[in-house]
Design a protein around this ligand. Structure first.
Ligand SMILES: Cc1cc2nc3c(=O)[nH]c(=O)nc-3n(C[C@H](O)[C@H](O)[C@H](O)COP(=O)(O)OP(=O)(O)OC[C@H]3O[C@@H](n4cnc5c(N)ncnc54)[C@H](O)[C@@H]3O)c2cc1C
Ligand SMILES: *[C@@H]1O[C@H](CO)[C@@H](O)[C@H](O)[C@H]1NC(C)=O
Ligand SMILES: *[C@@H]1O[C@H](CO)[C@@H](O)[C@H](O)[C@H]1NC(C)=O
Ligand SMILES: *[C@@H]1O[C@H](CO)[C@@H](O)[C@H](O)[C@H]1NC(C)=O
Ligand SMILES: *[C@@H]1O[C@H](CO)[C@@H](O)[C@H](O)[C@H]1NC(C)=O
Length: 460
């Protein structure tokens, strides 16, 4: 009798397993799923908010004692009080580089009485208010650092450690949402002669405040968003600001007289840098604004992702791990309104986990990805471009909605970003003077911002 029941149960189990594997290799519809969210920055918080609304069980594992990730300023560099590398790359004078409407999380308006491009302080408070308003903190295990995520017997095994006690835990989950950000691990250029140079060399990850550069000769390397912003911030204090980069972007900003544009650095010697054009500058300090690396030391090979410092592949819709589609990697879009994109991705992930839609078969997802990869390679571009949205941003939002049924990110977001990009090219000193007011899903008006914030300027 007993053995008959067991035999029957085994048969059913076997049938179920073979049906599942035969019918749908990318099956993601699991009843009563358990979700592990890694990180309590914007990606983790928005995911938590939407999963909670759907009544889906989840836990957020966060290695620090704070929400907000990189938006929390910390005057220290190096390691935190628990011996973990400091995650944040925030600096004292940072104001958002995108205007208010494109920094807003769905269902939680930014206050009216703040500047169009608020300081990190205002924005960090906004994130904390979001966590409070949606009562998310109770579901966050703070001070728990994820050390290993592996795929074992068709389930996610997540190993994490209490950073205070060292105690290790292991839990099983049906889905993993990776929200650990990608502006934390410095990408160092390794220029010849660095070791000879007698001045200071830091990466923008460790840049906090221009005061220490007062009256000094400073080299800033790189012309990405951090390079441009930090060059201007340091130029207020420095005696000379040497800016070395090879950007082909047509920046039309008129810089002050003590700003000197240079090509790439050839090498350093004890007293300064020799540039590719053979010229030389005496220097006291160097700041590398050379970007960040993708860094997921906790993702085991069994996760099925190809991880390099420049790319995370292959991903469907810039976030679904194609070989293990119950893993979602958030925020891996470049040249986009990242906050708006993260919010949409969190809703897409929630709709997927909820079972509102099913993913296409693996072959189809791979094909879509491969097409994009081939086009990048055929244009002679580096594979890191695989994360660029740029002109395709609005189309991306439309696709997410079409596939998953989530509310559409209004096209006006992309339009604002386009005009703001133009304003940046025109003048990096003044683009933050504009305020953008959304009229409807397609339209906005631009005016001069008349709200100023205390202590937010670059005045020394
Ligand atoms: C200097 C700077 C300025 C920026 N300015 C803008 C801007 O103006 N506008 C804009 O839209 N975007 C801006 N960004 C981009 C910014 O990264 C996003 O706005 C957003 O904060 C990304 O959120 P996230 O949750 O993906 O990552 P993060 O904010 O980096 O959060 C990741 C979280 O994961 C935690 N974590 C990491 N590893 C582990 C682990 N192993 N276990 C547990 N927890 C872990 C971290 O402690 C952190 O709390 C800026 C970024 C930087 C660095
Ligand atoms: C570094 O190189 C420059 C240019 O060649 C030179 O003028 C300078 O004296 C050198 N510094 C040292 C310490 O040799
Ligand atoms: C899932 O579908 C239901 C029913 O249509 C809808 O109410 C819910 O908002 C959807 N969830 C998400 C995250 O899109
Ligand atoms: C600036 O101030 C005027 C008058 O007080 C107000 O009508 C206008 O809406 C303000 N502009 C913005 C962008 O807030
Ligand atoms: C700004 O500073 C002034 C004077 O120091 C103060 O009265 C005002 O309340 C401050 N405003 C904000 C938003 O902190």
């Amino acid at each position: 009798m007993c053995s008959k029941i067991i035999l029957y149960a085994l048969c059913v189990l076997y049938l179920e397993i073979s049906l599942v594997s035969a019918l749908d290799l990318t099956k993601t519809h699991i009843s009563n799923p358990r979700v592990c969210i890694i990180g309590a920055g914007l990606a983790g918080l928005t995911s938590a908010k939407y999963l909670k609304e759907e009544g889906i069980k989840f836990v957020v594992l966060e290695s620090t004692r704070y929400v907000g990730g990189t938006w929390r300023y910390d005057s220290r560099v190096g390691y935190d009080e628990n011996g973990l590398p400091l995650h944040t790359s925030m600096y004292m004078h940072l104001r958002t580089n995108l205007p208010k409407p494109t920094m807003e999380l769905r269902g939680f308006p930014l206050p009216d009485d703040i500047p169009s491009f608020p300081s990190w302080k205002i924005y960090y408070n906004y994130i904390k208010d979001y966590a409070k308003h949606f009562d998310l903190e109770r579901d966050i295990k703070f001070l728990h650092n994820v050390i290993l995520v592996s795929r074992v017997n068709d389930i996610w095994n997540v190993k994490y450690q209490n950073v205070l006690t060292g105690e290790e835990f292991e839990d099983e989950f049906d889905f993993v949402i990776v929200g650990t950000g990608h502006f934390s691990k410095p990408n160092m250029p390794n220029i010849p002669g660095e070791e000879k140079f007698s001045g200071s060399i830091i990466h923008s990850h460790d840049y906090r405040d221009p005061i220490r550069y007062k009256g000094r000769r400073v080299l800033v390397v790189g012309a990405g968003p951090s390079g441009m912003d930090i060059a201007i911030d340091v130029a207020y204090a420095a005696k000379t600001l040497v800016h070395s980069h090879h950007s082909k972007i047509n920046f039309r900003t008129v810089f002050p007289k003590h700003y000197i544009r240079k090509p790439d650095v050839q090498e350093f010697n004890e007293t300064g840098a020799i540039f590719k054009d053979g010229s030389y500058e005496d220097l006291d300090d160097v700041i590398y604004c050379t970007g960040f690396q993708y860094y997921y030391p906790f993702l085991d090979e069994s996760c099925g992702l190809n991880l390099t410092p420049q790319s995370v592949t292959p991903l469907y819709k810039y976030m679904v791990n194609i070989y293990q589609p119950t893993m979602l990697v958030m925020g891996l879009v470049v040249r986009a309104c990242l906050v708006v994109a993260l919010d949409a991705q969190s809703r897409y992930a929630t709709a997927l986990i909820k079972g509102n839609f099913t993913l296409p078969p693996k072959e189809e997802m791979l094909e879509e990805w491969q097409k994009r990869a081939d086009s990048i390679i055929s244009r002679g571009r580096p594979i890191s471009d695989i994360h660029f949205l740029a002109e395709k941003e609005d189309e991306y939002y439309a696709e997410l909605t079409k596939e998953s049924g989530i509310g559409r990110v209004p096209p006006v977001m992309f339009k604002i970003r386009a005009i703001d990009t133009e304003a940046k090219l025109e003048n990096l000193y003044t683009y933050r003077n504009y305020a953008y007011t959304v009229i409807d899903n397609e339209n906005f008006v631009r005016s001069l911002d008349n709200i100023t914030e205390n202590n937010s300027g670059n005045n020394l």
